[in-house]
Design a protein around this ligand. Sequence first.
Ligand code: URA
Length: 209
Amino acid sequence: MQGVTIVDHPLVQHKLTKMRDRTTSTKTFRALMRETATLLCYEVTRDLPMDAIEIETPVAATSARVIAGKKLVFAPILRAGLGMAEGMLDLVPSARVAHIGLYRDPESLEAVEYYFKAPADVAGRLVIVVDPMLATGHSAIAAIARLKAAGVTDLRFVCLLAARIGVETLRAAHPDVPIWTAAIDAELNDHGYIVPGLGDAGDRTFGTR
Ligand code: URA
């Protein structure tokens, strides 16, 4: 599908399988979430524009490459996105963070905003929205719309696991926002959970069930 990258790396797939396993402990799940997010971050930043700068090595003067532009912003959707953001910050520790608080109305499955705090100059930066599960797509669509309302024009979305319907719905709502995911599962159940999925990513990350 256009605008969708499936990160099919063996390390990512192996870790995802362990996360899907219901017998995986909270401690291990949280560690795997962080490690997988680091690997996904490597892929989502693969084509960042670069500048050449002049430096001196201990041996000679040379031209060398650095990432161009302002620092990245990671925008985790609370609360499950926090576990992923940690792993992305491991790789890009100077990134800024925008927190987006959304909960799913249990009846309508629509996203309701309860918190938003972004860097003052977020509009001029590349923002990577982070949520482990792309299920109905409602939360991702609302988070991206909120960031666009704040003036952001350069956006990417990264998740661990997506449902096909979520990918299609997000692509239709925000065709300018490319998606990275480790896998796409076929279905959602009546409660909006991805099947086979991995359960509730927030509960499994924070041990709340
Ligand atoms: N959110 C989750 O945590 N899990 C799902 O399967 C769907 C949405």
